[in-house]
Structures are given as C-alpha cells and as structure tokens.
Design a protein around this ligand. Structure first.
Ligand code: TXA
Ligand code: MG
Length: 348
C-alpha cells in the first residue's frame, strides 16, 4: 500500500483533509496528530476498520481502542448512560488530554472495545484531530500510531518509521504538545478510578469530582494486581535495548550512572544516558541526551518517547536514565519510564 503523506504543519489543507475524511468513511486508516501523541484513526463504528488497526499495529486484539469525538453530544449514540461526573469533567477538561470510560451502547462494535462492554472516549483539542473527526463521520477509533510495543509517536516521522506502507495516510501536524498519552478515568467504577496517569493529574480530577482513586494495579509489578486497562499490562513504550532507571539523590545518581556507563564501555558496549540540562555536561562517557530542564516538566514529557526512539536508531546496547519525579507530571512520566524499563530501577 502506498501511504500518502499530508503536510498540515502550518494549516489545514482542505482538499487533503476531505480526502482523509473520505478514507476514514470508506474504512481506511489515517494517522493524525493530537495534543498528546499521534493516533492511528479509523471509523470506530465499523468493526472491519477496527480490525485493520489491530493488524497494522500488530496489537493484541484484547486491547481496546479509544473512540475520539468532536462534540459532547456525540456521546449519546455510543454510551448507554452519561453520568453527571462526565459532564463536570467535560466542562473542565474537554477538549483535552482526558479519556473517560463508560458503559457502551449497541452502536459500538466489540471489535473496537476488545470485547469489553465498556467504551473509552476522548475529545482531543488538536484542530487537525477535531477536523478529521468531523469529516470522518464523528467517531474515530485511535490508538497511538506506533507499532505495538514501541514508544508512542510524538512526530509524524515516528509514525512513518513504524507504519509506512501499512496505512492509507499520515497527516503531519508537527511535533505534539504534551508527548504522553491521555489520562484515563473509569466512570463505571463506584468511585471514579484513574487507569492511566497523564497530563490531567489526580489533583486536577479531584478538584472536579471530589473522591478519585488510582488503579491499585498500576503501581505493582506484582502479577496479583493487574491493571484494569488491558493496555497497561504489556511491556510497552519499550526501546529495543534494555533501559535501567537510577533513582536517588542527584549527585549519587550521576556517580552511579557514570560508573555503569564506564563498565559498559569497557566491555565494548555503547551506552545511552537520559539526563537533564542541569547535569548533561557532567557525563564524560556515553551518548548523552537531555530531556530538558527539571524546571520545565512539559518539555521532559514531550521529549521522552523521542529520545527512546533515537537510542533505538543509534543501536546502543543499554540505556541508563535519571528518574523524573517532577511535581505535576512526575507520576505520568515515571509510569511510562518504569514500564519502558520493565521495572528495572536501581536505588542509590
Ligand atoms: O492520548 C491518547 O489517549 C492517545 C491519542 C491517540 O488519543 N491514544 C492512546 O491510545 O494512547 P492507546 O490505544 O495507545 O491506549 C489506550 C489505552 C490502552 O491501555 C487500553 O487498554 C485502554 O486505553 N482502554 C481503552 N478502552 C478501554 C476500556 N473500555 N476499559 C479499560 N481500558 C481501556
Ligand atoms: Mg499506545
């Protein structure tokens, strides 16, 4: 299949957008930018189209897709009951990086929800995403537009690297703004429960809803506690080489990473380091990439997946990363990093 690349970095091209909409309505696949990460879109109400997504990504078929909408009223058709909490959350955070889980209606095929009787819904804020949803018929199922298991794409070229030739179109909207997938909150639980941390933090959700809890399965590497979101159980976001996080007081972290990199290089291995602007220049060995300054956690979130992909391209044998326990986004950043590391964390 020839993949059409549509450049919409500066403005929405009306002809190409009309083409993208018609590809979706005919059951095809279009990758598009959102404010979180790039998504791989198809008609959410067409089971065949959803199956194509799983095939293109190599995604396990029990891992449900998020349905993207462009207006709140679109919920009526796909959700069996809209709780008051959803209206309050939508007023506060939609369009934006928040996904809500509801009981689904008959209109949503089980191929889209991985066989579940619930459906995840999000209204993204990116203008290209909103226009594509409108022109594509109002309901676009979209997982992150990466090959299953690889870091989520934050630029169109990441999508191209993974999916060129396997999908109909890639819309380039430039680098994304947030760089981490949406926060997921499950409204079918008695107490609303966060299934995946993201830009919308627990505190922000509590300020609207009062009581909100975290899925206990998120923290544990204990298999007795499984995360409720099927996608959170996979070793995900993972670079090709092993990733090890070093956590603790900053000077000790630097010393430990320096020592580990030196040992790796002595045995002939190339090592990557994920550092920050504050200390990147203090590493004398290894291939160092800074995720940005510790005082700007949005930049750290934006760059993280891209750095993991870059180390894949550089074919390093091992990657060492500092920990990023930043105030607002720390929970979301560390959730992704710890998963990418397969829970390999060294405390110093
Ligand atoms: O920011 C985002 O959410 C991006 C952009 C493209 O919108 N999308 C995204 O989709 O991250 P994906 O497929 O990579 O992750 C969706 C997550 C998976 O962990 C999946 O298991 C979970 O949402 N999920 C979807 N539907 C669910 C449901 N009904 N119940 C529980 N978890 C669900
Ligand atoms: Mg994903």
């Amino acid at each position: 299949m020839k993949t059409i690349c549509a450049d919409m970095r500066n403005n929405i091209d009306p002809e190409l957008m009309a083409l993208a909409g018609s590809i979706i309505r005919r059951g095809g696949l279009v990758a598009f930018p959102t404010e979180t990460v790039y998504g791989l879109g198809s008609d959410a109400l067409d089971p065949e189209a959803s199956r194509k997504i799983y095939a293109a990504k190599g995604r396990p078929s029990d891992n449900p897709l998020i349905v993207h909408i462009a207006q709140f009223d679109a919920l009526d058709r796909i959700v069996s009951h809209i709780p008051d909490a959803a209206r309050a959350l939508a007023d506060a955070f939609w369009p934006g990086p928040l996904t809500m889980i509801f009981h689904k209606s008959e209109a949503v095929p089980s191929a889209t929800t991985g066989g579940l009787d619930t459906v995840a819904v999000r209204m993204p804020s990116h203008p290209v995403a909103l226009e594509l949803i409108r022109q594509g018929g109002g309901y676009i199922a979209a997982p992150s537009a990466n090959t299953s298991g690889r870091p989520s794409p934050t630029e169109a070229r990441h999508v191209y690297d993974d999916l060129n030739g396997r999908i109909d179109m890639i819309i380039d909207g430039g680098p994304v703004g947030i760089g981490l997938e949406s926060t997921i909150i499950d409204l079918t639980e008695e107490t609303p429960m966060v299934l995946r941390p993201g830009f919308i933090s627990l505190e922000m959700l509590r300020s609207v809803l009062g009581e909100v809890r975290m899925d206990p399965g998120l923290h544990a590497d204990d298999p007795a506690f499984r995360p409720k979101a099927p996608g959170m159980k996979y070793r995900h976001y993972a670079p090709k080489s092993p990733l090890i996080i070093v956590e603790g007081e900053e000077a000790r972290v630097r010393a430990k990473i320096s020592q580990l990199v030196l040992e790796a290089e002595k045995s002939g291995k190339a090592a990557g380091i994920i550092a920050t602007d504050e200390d990147a220049s203090s590493y004398t060995h290894g291939i160092v990439r800074s995720a940005g300054t510790r005082s700007d956690e949005i930049t750290i979130a934006q760059r993280l997946f891209s750095i993991l992909r870059e180390f894949d391209d550089l074919q390093v044998s091992v990657i060492y990363s500092e920990a990023f326990d930043t105030p607002q986004l720390g929970a979301a950043i560390m959730n992704r990093l710890i998963k990418a590391a397969g829970h390999q964390v060294i405390q110093v």
